[in-house]
Design a protein around this ligand. Sequence first.
Ligand code: FE2
Length: 256
Amino acid sequence: MTNLEIELFSCRTDNFGVLIHDPESGATASIDAPEEQPILDALKRRGWTLTHILTTHHHQDHVEANLALKARFEATIIGPENEAAKIPGLDMTIGDGGDFEFAGHKVHVYETPGHTAGHICFHFPDDKLLFSADTLFALGCGRLFEGTPAQMWTSLTKLMALPDDTTVYFGHEYTLSNARFAVTVDPDNAALKSRAAEIEALRAQDGFTAPTTLGLEKRTNPFLRAQDAGIRAHLGMESATDAEVFAEIRKRKDNF
Ligand SMILES: [Fe+2]
């Protein structure tokens, strides 16, 4: 098990803020920097000092506080090499398959184009943690602003190869809407139905649906289930490729 401590909080309207803290060294990383004040509040609540920002992609709601936090803490900003020009304050770039260490913890980077062209996800293999930002959500995936469905399917396939007991933190609290959509394309999935009911109850009390696990997503997230016979039959796509089934599910969600 990981000895990393994690603080999860909301930023802006529906972004998640995530801080990860190594108690031995005192190092603290923010996954993205959606908004300065909630991050400062979270640091203060835990008594932590920011040392790193791990940037997943260039969208404003993920990088807005980069420069302010860097000025305040001299934090080191690590982000995607293929979006380097669009990310304020970058100190180090990293691409697909790259490795680095955060306070002695191994971090492996997956480039997952689709939502943006150079989006990266951070995987801590020894800690069984994945920070998937706007590539993989609970019961959903990111909108395809800069990539094709086939690219996003390939990206999600990379993440699906990780162990089922990987804990996944993601970028937005979109889970209720994702759940209501998911049951329309995978209506006979009992695990999905019971999860959707849990999410309705949790969101009625403003509870966070993060984190999730990769195993739970593989069983219930339609965007990871393009190969599923029940979904294919429901969509009338029994002989389509996985990428085609994924594209149809993505299109339906865009119009949901
Ligand atoms: Fe985004």
